[in-house]
Write a new protein. Structure first.
Length: 288
């Protein structure tokens, strides 16, 4: 299966899970008198719309290079990530506002049975986080990483709701607001995750050269290619699931232009073979 198809299948997996969980959380929150669960449901619903955006971004980013986009369309993935962060900020603000309103308004304590539902939700969301995060690392996808953090933030908000409901149930009268404070904490955690998702995507759009491990691997592979005496500048830019590389390689200064050109092609082919995640590779030959 291609990287693009695997990424899209991963998003469908997340989307289906979020649709089911949003329905379960809303129903449990309404009938179980738990706003923390309803807040959790709001986040899951927002995650569904976010998944739709990510799906669109991944499909667009898979378009091949053309005359106007010689480096492909991978940057669309980071731009979609910005929109996903916007959705998360809106959901966090909505949850926080409603939690503050509920803290100021008397209401009944949550039902005990909501704890069982939350426990199952926490387990499922953590499993989903591990699956999606693993695939985001395998595919080098910033939008899949954002999708993974949706699952982790959902798990954390569910843990907060779980703690809040336990306090409300055990404490009895006067402790009903513990559930709402849990929702308020969840909104703050969502905002924190927004930064964790936003920062790498911003670096991608700004072409930050911050890939030391990949740079070392490129230099190591280059040293094995016959005719390459060493490497100098190595600039890396990320676009979607591909890394574009500008590499200065040193060869014997007495070689003909054609021989230097052939060595550069050998180096490029070797890098492509050893590191499939590389996209456009520009080799600049320098005399050693």
């Amino acid at each position: 299966m291609s990287t693009g198809k695997l990424a899209i299948r991963t998003v469908y997996f997340s989307m289906l899970g979020n649709v089911l969980l949003a329905g379960i959380k809303f129903l449990a929150g309404i009938f179980g008198n738990s706003f923390a669960l309803i807040a959790d449901g709001i986040e899951s619903l927002v995650d569904v719309f976010s998944s739709i955006l990510i799906l669109f971004g991944l499909k667009y980013a898979q378009r091949p290079a053309d005359e106007n986009h010689p480096y492909g369309h991978g940057k669309a993935e980071a731009l979609i990530t910005f929109m996903v962060v916007g959705f998360l900020i809106v959901s966090a603000a909505t949850i926080a506002f409603q939690a503050i309103q509920n803290i100021q308004t008397p209401h009944p304590s949550p039902e005990n049975w909501t704890l069982g539902i939350l426990g199952a939700i926490i387990l499922w969301k953590e499993i989903s986080y591990q699956i999606v995060l693993s695939r985001s690392k395998k595919l080098h996808s910033s939008s899949l990483k954002a999708e993974a953090w949706h699952h982790r933030s959902d798990a954390i908000t569910s843990v907060a709701a779980f703690i809040g409901i336990i306090i409300a149930v055990i404490g009895g009268e006067g402790f009903e607001v513990a559930d709402d404070y849990a929702a308020l904490f969840a909104s703050g955690f969502i905002l924190y995750n927004c930064y964790l998702i936003f920062r790498p995507a911003l670096g991608e759009v700004m072409d930050e050269n911050n890939y030391e491990e990949l740079t070392d691997e490129i230099r190591k592979i280059a040293s094995t290619v016959p005719g390459i005496k060493g490497t100098e500048k190595c600039y890396i830019r990320k676009a979607g699931m591909k890394y574009h590389v500008d590499l200065h390689a040193s060869v014997d200064g007495d070689l003909s232009v054609k021989k230097g050109h052939d060595i550069a092609h050998d180096l490029k082919d070797t890098l492509k073979l050893e590191l499939p995640e590389l996209g456009h590779i520009l080799i600049h030959i320098e005399p050693f």
